[in-house]
Ligand binder design. Sequence first.
Ligand code: PAF
Length: 325
Amino acid sequence: MSFIARGLMAAIIAGSGHAALAQTEVKLGYALAPASHYGVAAEAWEAHVEEATEGEYDFVHFPSSGLGGEREVIEGLQLGTVETTIASSGTLSNFVPEAGVFDIPFLFRDFDHARAVLDGPVGQEILARFEDVGLKALAWGEQGFRHITNNRGPINTAEDLAGLKLRTMENPTHITAFETLGAAPTPMAWPEVIGALQQGTIDGQENPLTVITSAKLSEVQEHLTLSGHVYAPTVFLVSLPFWEGLSEDEQQDFQEGAIAAQSAMRAYVDEIEASGLEQLKAEGMSVNELSSEERAAFREALAPAYARYAEEYGSGLIDRIVAAE
Ligand code: PAF
């Protein structure tokens, strides 16, 4: 909530005779700046809950990793020291291993496919697993399809990745993929990434256009390869101890707020998918896009990784995702 909005809310509460103390603070942590798909989703979640509960809940935003890296924030939710977060799939599979299935490279055909799977039975089954680890997962959001940026050169083939010090998320599925392709994946929490790129301790990183634009990666990266190698979901999470303290009506308000936030996030992603590339070119990035033959060659090179994923997640689950319309 902004300073002005906070003042206004305090005045309304005072005027309406409600005790200001009745307001419950809801800390909401996320990795990127307010002007990003995360910020837009966070505002939409807050707006819905505040309106539905008549200001009972006061969202306090901690953007730009203000509460630490995503793993730390999720651990805070488990402990009950942080109430809510919007998190990428970076460390999710360390909490709910099945969530890593969505990180398999070239699994989703396009946005419609990914959104249908996440909103459908498979996505909902995996959301339900979070309760076993002290988290309530309300809905899936997204960042877009991930692309590779680096300072060494354009990527067209797996050979172009050889030995490339590529920052990945702390995500075993991604790490397996880049190891299989011959890169030197370097898992790292997001708050360290810009500094590591500036200092040259890593050559590149991979993220969707939403992140590349909002984190101003064009200032530290020269080449952008539109690889679309993996879809990047996010999840709207609530601390289970906090959730269990809400009334049924309030739980519904938080749930509906997460759905409103999901729509806002997807709309923002759609907008950046349409405009982000021109922005990055204008900011000086050199851009190449994998042809369909090049993408097929990457998929072929990933065969040993796909065998491991089938063992890990079960080919039944992967087939259900592929078959979804
Ligand atoms: O690369 C990551 O760690 C994530 O995509 C990011 C940038 C933290 C956004 O959730």
